[in-house]
Design a protein. Sequence first.
Length: 311
Amino acid sequence: MNKICVFGGANVDICGASMEALRNYDSNPGMIEIRFGGVGRNIAQICAMLKQHVQLITCFSSDAYGTQLKKDCEALGMDCSMARVVDDLPSSIYLAILDENRDMKIAMSDMRILRNLDHTVIDRAMAEIHRDDWIILDANLSEDTLQYIAEHAPCPVAADPVSASKAKRLLPILKHLSVFKPNQYEAQELTGIWIKDDHTARDSLNWFEEHGVKETVISMADRGILLGTSSQKIWLTHRTIRLDNATGGGDTFMGAYLSERLKKIEPLPAAVYAASAAVAVIEQNAIRKKTLNDELIQSQIADMIIKERKL
């Protein structure tokens, strides 16, 4: 059975939302939530929920958080046999403080543990990867690690830039990517092109093609999805999204898109499927409810009112 191998981060996300106007240098009453996340882990979770064989190659701490995080990944169906367990560093943690309007005021991340995803771990995982598998990279990894994996990959490679600030880590390996999935801000960070119309959309997609990317998918939030390959440039639009929880939409798109491409589904129908999966998560909080599956996505496709516009 072909598989998807995700190299990236697995975090403990701690989010505190203030119940009143934030006061500096004081204890603020609020609501605090702890959940498991990380772009790599989230993408792997989507692949597992869609019944793909998925390996998560990351670093877990041996501390209490790390032990729980690894068990949770395995319980969700992720193969963590190639992951590394580290004793001398704490779990990767993302900490965010939201104000009374649930706008983020400040955040901090400690992802030092990913430095232990070294060549020994990578080579051991690579030895089990075949040419019909897929590798997914998240840009929380160092530039050297990303480059090493991309240059030694025995199968197609996809990448998620994670954020505009980390997108440039992927610039040296664009020529190795079969699939690249930035959002509109991450795409602009690399191309210098703000996508405002069909002309700039095509220019952006052409830029990635000229830099070696075989399939570029740019998520445009409520403006839809751009898909670019050597044979087609398409802007997909859909009905207005009924927002419930925007968290996880991008990771869901990547996991669903690669799950379809692993099955040899062509890029356009794969993009339609992935967009529908992302909207199901955004509108129904389907990840947390653990209800995301092929049946739900297929029903979502019929409701999306997706239109294709050639660029």
